[in-house]
Write a protein that binds this ligand. Sequence first.
Ligand code: RIB
Ligand code: CA
Length: 312
Amino acid sequence: MPPRKIIIDTDPGQDDAVAILLALASPELDLLGITCVAGNVPLDLTTKNARIICELAGRPETRVFAGCDKPMARKLVTAEHVHGKTGLDGVTLPDPTMALQDQHAVDFLIETLRREPPGSVTICPIGPLTNIATALDRAPDIAPRIREIVLMGGAYFEVGNITPAAEFNIYVDPEAAKLVFGAGIPLVAMPLDVTHKALTTRARVEAFRALPGRVGPAVASWTDFFERFDKEKYGSEGAPLHDPCTVAYLLQPDLFSGRHINVEIETGSDLTLGMTVADWWRVTGRAPNATFIGDVNAEGFFALLVERLGRL
Ligand code: RIB
Ligand code: CA
C-alpha cells in the first residue's frame, strides 16, 4: 500500500507540533508539505515554529510554506495566552536553519492538487482555514480533486474555547470555515467534543519524557506549559491534544467515532460568531456535509503517540 499523501496546514502551537511530529514519524503518510497560516501566533512565528519542529524531528528536508497572514475578512485574533509569546513556549529550541519555501502556501496547495492524481491528496488543517478557503476561492477546480479534509475545529456539546459559542480555529476565520464546510469535499471534523477527551495526564506526559532522544522530552515540556490554560479554565487534569487527533485519525480511524451530519458556520452574529451549528440530532433536514467526531479511545490514542514519537 503506497503511503497516503497529505498536506498539513498549521499554526504551531504546541499541539500542532505533536501532530506534525506524529505525521513525520509515520511511514503510512507522505507529507507533501506543511503550509503555515496565522493563528495561535502571527505568520512569521508559525513559519519559524514549523521549521523548528521539522528540525527537532531530524527532517530538515520537509517543505514548509508561508501562507496567509490574516483572515479573509477580519482582523487576526491570536492565542498567546494559551501558547505563549513564541507559540512554542515550554522548551527553548534552536532557531531553524532550514529554508522556508519561496512559493506561497496557497499557490503550493493549488499547484499540488492540480498535479497530483485526483482524489490522491488529503488536507489536514489544524489552524484557521484561511489558506484552504483562499485556495478553493481562487481555484474552485481543486475541490473535487481533494481526497478528504480532516481538520481540527469546531465544538457542539463542548461549546466554545475562545468565546462561549466558538472554537478558536473556526472563530479566527469564520468566513473561511463557511467556504470549506460548504465546498462539498469529504470532510472529517475533530471538534472540542472529542479533543477534550484526548487529555494528557501525568503518566502520559512522563511517558513522553521517558522516550529516548530529544523529541519525547520536548513534547513533555510543551504539554507541561500548554496544559496550564486548560487546567485553570476547565479544572481538567491535563491538556487536550487537539491537533494530533487529525493525524491519528488517518493512522487509526477506529480510535474515533462520530456522526455524518450537517454542520453550518455562524458568520452573521457577533454573539455566536464562528459557532459550528452541528445538527447532531438531525432535526433540520439539512444535507450532511461533515463527519463530526464525538469520541476517542484515549488510551489507544496516547499509546499510538508514544510509540510513534519514540521512533524519531
Ligand atoms: O481550539 C484549538 C485549536 O486552536 C488548536 O488547533 C490549537 O492549536 C489552536 O490553533
Ligand atoms: Ca492549531
